[in-house]
Design a protein around this ligand. Structure first.
Ligand code: DX5
Ligand code: ZN
Length: 219
């Protein structure tokens, strides 16, 4: 065990949508820290997931912060709507924003924590001018759009470089990693600098999801 506090944010993409209440109760009672909600528009990513109505329902029953990961183009159009739906943390993609600095300000003005996510092909150096403006950087360790994909090994190097940039710029940003996170890689991810682990299939496809959440909190 180390002293570093790691947050775990289970991704609802792999939850049972026929009985969301059951999975929400499980997360409320588990050691999970945030509910990670993946919003996809079929345009920025080749998949469509869910939007405001589902988030509003989850908000009614969740006792932990809603961490909303937007995989949508031009997210500025919906920032206030996501706030009203119950988002506590709002993450947008670097690749989906024409005026990222402005987008970050709008999220702040709406009193949410701000995250910026980068795809596997996007270089850490591009974050140089916004690293002091955000609460977290979400490093995608798969190409966004689907749960259950294979973890991309180059992610370790990216997290190390990001850690370096954060230190150099004296930023307070936390590092979140999302995609293919499981028992085989989470310890190394934490050792290179990850602060927040997102996991979907590793948690929701397990016989005992709470146990797998607990495992990710033990290192
Ligand atoms: C992928 C999403 C992830 C996804 C993770 O685009 O952002 O949050 O649900 O699922 P796993 O952990 O199964 O890769
Ligand atoms: Zn996600």
């Amino acid at each position: 065990m180390t002293a570093k506090k790691i947050l775990v944010a289970p991704s609802f993409l792999s939850a049972n949508f026929l009985n969301l209440q059951n999975d929400i109760d499980m997360l409320n009672q588990s050691e999970a820290d945030w509910f990670h909600l993946d919003v996809m528009d079929g345009h920025f990513v080749p998949n469509i997931s869910f939007g405001m109505p589902i988030i509003k329902q989850i908000k009614k029953a969740a006792t932990k912060p809603l961490d909303v990961h937007l995989m949508i183009t031009e997210p500025d159009r919906y920032i206030t709507d996501f706030k009203n739906a119950g988002a506590d943390i709002l993450t947008v993609h670097y690749e989906a924003c024409k005026h990222l600095h402005r987008t970050i300000q709008i999220i702040r003005d709406n009193h949410m924590k701000v995250g910026v996510s980068i795809n596997p092909h996007t270089h850490i150096y591009l974050l140089d001018n916004i690293i002091n403006e955000v609460d977290l950087i979400l490093v995608m360790s798969v190409n966004p759009g689907f749960g259950g994909q294979k973890f991309i090994e180059n992610t370790y190097l990216k997290i190390e470089m990001l850690k370096g940039l954060i230190a150099e710029k004296k930023s307070k940003a936390q590092i979140q990693v999302d995609g293919g996170v499981d028992e085989s890689n989470y310890k190394k991810l934490i050792s290179v600098g990850a602060d927040i682990l997102v996991a979907g299939s590793y948690i929701f496809n397990a016989k005992d999801p709470s146990l797998n959440i607990k495992k990710l909190k033990t290192f």
